[in-house]
Write a protein that binds this ligand. Structure first.
Ligand code: SF4
Length: 328
């Protein structure tokens, strides 16, 4: 699925959430309709024969006055067909039956909800303005109207604990959305969270904690066939926008590397040759060769016999008897 992300920073939001600064995340301060219109046209022309969605991100789409929602949706209308739909992101408390009927009639196919947590303690300490009951009910409402549902989760918000994490994981599994995104909480400039951090009233997760939590969420979701489409904020946020927190430009790869490493620990045999996909070489060699060093230390070996095998799928490996291969 190809996605054209169009950002409508903070449009429709009832207030600025404690952690949110979409202008710094999206680097967009103003919406120019003519630019959006030509982006949509070019994207649809270029991806004519592909499954695709035009996505309105970065605000509360269903909180925008309906005439303006209509104006935005109308920009996509000429391009809608069996392979082309619309995706919107919004708050879980900005959903109603009439909203969903309106979106359905205008070609919206996927709705992403910025749930962040299904634990009331986190939602209240983070001043999100809704309860987990509302979030859960509206997820189910979206599903009952036959939209694809995406859930965005933010471990590490104020009030976060292992208990709230488990509660969030269990509720997400019970709802079974089509996909989730994991955004460990980062402290961005010009936010309430930055003030709390500076006043020592909030401590973010460390990078290692955020990776472990994301690994746990990913493993649990995979057991229930719920796709993870993103872990970590995108890579081009200006460094000066980040005050604190577990930001890494390739956070998703760090999570993937840790999952791979944990699988490897369960079955690796240093006497055998490890066959890996060319697509996974970066997991071993990247991050200053951390994975290679960890395997050597764990198994107390000085070299790893490796075969880079194009028939081995990404994220998988094989253990072979053959010799005469690369040694890392
Ligand atoms: S988190 Fe969502 S609802 Fe809150 S200010 Fe940001 S875009 Fe708006």
């Amino acid at each position: 699925m190809k996605i054209l992300p169009l950002f409508i920073p903070h449009l429709g939001c009832p207030f600025d959430c404690v952690y949110c600064n979409q202008h710094q995340i999206t680097k967009i301060s103003q919406l120019v309709i003519s630019e959006i219109s030509s982006q949509i046209e070019n994207f649809c022309k270029f991806n004519k024969q592909r499954e695709k969605e035009i996505a309105f991100f970065g605000g509360t789409f269903t909180g925008i006055p309906q005439e303006f929602q209509q104006q935005l949706l109308d920009l996509v209308k000429p391009f809608l067909d069996k392979q082309t739909g619309i995706r919107i992101s919004t708050r879980p408390d900005a959903i109603s039956n009439s909203t969903l009927n309106f979106l359905k009639a205008n070609g919206v196919t996927t709705i992403e909800l910025g749930i962040q947590s299904f634990a009331d303690e986190v939602l209240s300490k983070s001043k999100r303005g809704y309860t987990s009951k509302i979030a859960e009910e509206n997820c189910r409402k979206i599903q009952s109207h036959n939209f694809k549902l995406g859930v965005q989760l933010m471990p590490g918000l104020p009030g976060f604990s292992s208990a709230t994490l488990n509660q969030t994981i269990n509720t997400t599994i019970a709802i079974k959305p089509d996909f989730i995104r994991i955004y460990p909480t980062i402290v961005l400039g010009d936010t309430k969270l930055a003030e709390l951090y500076r006043a020592k009233l909030y401590s973010p997760l460390s990078l290692d904690e955020a990776i472990d939590i994301s690994v746990k969420i990913t493993n649990e979701m995979q057991k229930h066939n719920i796709a993870i489409i993103k872990a970590g904020l995108h890579s081009d946020i200006a460094p000066e926008a980040i005050i604190a927190g577990p930001y890494h430009p390739t956070f998703g790869e760090l999570v993937r590397a840790e999952i791979y490493y944990q699988k490897l620990l369960k079955s690796y045999d240093p006497e055998k040759t490890l066959a890996i996909s060319p697509a996974d070489v970066s997991l071993f060699k990247g991050f200053s060769g951390k994975m290679i060093a960890k395997i050597k230390t764990h198994f107390q070996i000085s070299k790893i016999s490796i075969l880079i095998d194009k028939n081995t799928p990404k994220n998988q490996f094989d253990l072979l008897d053959e010799k005469n291969t690369k040694a890392w």
